[in-house]
Ligand binder design. Sequence first.
Ligand code: KIV
Ligand code: NA
Length: 275
Amino acid sequence: MKSTSDFLKMKNQGEKIAMITAYDYPAAKFSEQAGVDMILVGDSLGMVVLGYDSTLPVTVDDMIHHAKAVRRGAKETFMVVDMPFGSYHGDLNDTLKTAVKMMQETGADALKLEGAGDVAKAIEKLTNTGIPVVAHLGLQPQLANVLGGYKVQGKTAEQAMRLIKEAKECEEAGACAVVLECIPHQLTEAVTKELAIPTIGIGAGPSADGQVLVFHDLLTFGGHHIPKFVESFAFVGEEIERGISNYTAAVKDNSFPTLKHSFTMKDEELTRVYG
Ligand code: KIV
Ligand code: NA
């Protein structure tokens, strides 16, 4: 399993970090077999697997439930788990208690928190306790209601300078990496140069030290909205729909099951039943 120091080394050697989200056992297993460097159990699971229209309804118990399944499927891959909405903004000791519970129950290698400022204090507290933290700046989906939706962040000089400051703040607080979501590519380049820790981009252009995409987005799997910055690397949803339609038709026209799919009783046993 790679560690936070391996990711630092990858940044310094210019080797890109490939990260993907996963929410269950098969997705984790496929991701590990495919050789991704990091798996994120993202609170995006609220939208792509639970069918909510934002990440806000996702609970700590939801995150733990899914992260445990992911850990069982990917024992050898660095696993980051999102702390969900509202679980790290109160008293720092409550945040630590929740973080410790999430680490202990899931076997996570790191937790991810959105934001800086007060959140940087939480990053510091967790890091000092021995919990690696990935920061998350730019578009913070847990703030969508305050930001007025899912919009590109950091487009003005003021916003860009603030984001660079926040990124440094997270690094100083001890963050082991920072996710940059939906920001102009030039800003990603600036932050990536400015920081010693790796940047991991999503909708943030090519110059981040790594990239992360949502499993269901990059595989075109599911009925949810897919953001503009995503590339489709496969069309799994179409294939699933085809499979289920074929199955339904086969049941209805009696072509499935056949004796090939059935169990057989020996004739002498059958005779004993019917005489
Ligand atoms: O929850 C998630 O999937 C994320 C990524 C988009 C970075 O936080
Ligand atoms: Na998230």
